[in-house]
Design a protein around this ligand. Structure first.
Ligand SMILES: [Ca+2]
Ligand SMILES: [Ca+2]
Length: 268
């Protein structure tokens, strides 16, 4: 695990590189889709945290809402807007629908929502170690699931152009892409990097790698934020090169946003 190249920001805690072992598990080849999540909601009547709070974070170019639904911007990341009425079924706000997005990853899902889905499906979230082992697809120390270079053809859904105002759509997508876009990596999984961030089970600790157990590490015992991995369609070298297999991020477990979802692993 960890950043073999020195690409990461020190505060993200991608180093030191260290060896871990994880027990055998199976993991979804793709993120949970809107169709998958709709089946869960139809069966259980579950309401996500974004639905209960009445808003979620939407990338500014993806907003489909009345002006009154968009009260303000955050100073730190003005390209993210808190949009009233944005939720998994309305990813851009009240004026958006899921039409044609059934095979896209479900978004506006908090960590708590992801756990509720997992409980229904008889699955669980991957630990951060399981996620990174999987993302590497059998390569050791590589930057991306397919190797060290981005290459001539896009292998993942990130941002091209001038961030955050002009996206050239070189990779085909402004926001989410269908979960089976591009090509699968060495283990046959799709889009471990790019498209949407993926929730992991454990708490985030920037200093955790210095103290991590080597046998099936499960993260710090306490924390404020849960781990997110893999980067998203908003990632761009100019401010966020976290579409690498070693890159780490986090958010509070009740947070939801239009560029984060999850995949599940076997519960056994
Ligand atoms: Ca893109
Ligand atoms: Ca991903």
């Amino acid at each position: 695990m960890g950043d073999h190249h020195g690409d990461g920001r020190p505060e993200d805690g991608e180093r030191p590189v260290h060896t871990v072992w994880v027990p055998e598990f199976t993991i979804d080849a793709t993120c949970v889709t809107n169709d998958d999540f709709a089946a869960f909601v139809a069966d259980t009547g579950y309401r996500t945290e974004a639905e209960r709070y009445g808003f979620s974070a939407v990338f500014h170019l993806a907003v489909r809402a009345e002006p009154g639904d968009v009260p303000g911007r955050s100073g730190e990341a003005p390209w993210w807007l808190g949009v009233r009425g944005a939720d998994w079924a309305h990813p851009g706000g009240r004026r958006s629908r899921l039409d044609g997005l059934g095979d896209h990853p479900v978004v506006h899902i908090s960590w708590h929502d992801a756990l509720a889905y997992c409980a229904w499906a008889g699955r669980r979230l991957p630990t951060e170690a399981e996620w990174e082992h999987t993302a590497r697809g059998g390569l050791t120390g590589a930057r991306y699931p397919w190797g060290d270079e981005l290459g001539d053809e896009w292998e993942c859904n990130i941002w091209q152009g001038e961030f955050p105002v002009h996206n050239t759509l070189d990779d085909g997508w402004l926001t989410t892409a269908p979960v089976r876009s591009y090509r699968p990596h060495g283990y046959g999984l799709w889009q471990m990097v790019g498209n949407v961030w993926e929730w992991c089970a454990n708490w985030f600790g920037a200093g955790y790698y210095r103290a991590s157990a080597s046998d099936n590490p499960r993260g710090p015992e306490v924390g404020n934020a849960r781990v997110l991995r893999g980067g998203s369609y908003v990632c761009h070298d100019s401010y966020c090169n976290r579409y690498r297999v070693a890159a780490r991020s986090s958010n509070t477990p009740d947070s939801s946003m239009g560029n984060a979802g999850f995949r599940t692993v076997s519960a056994g």
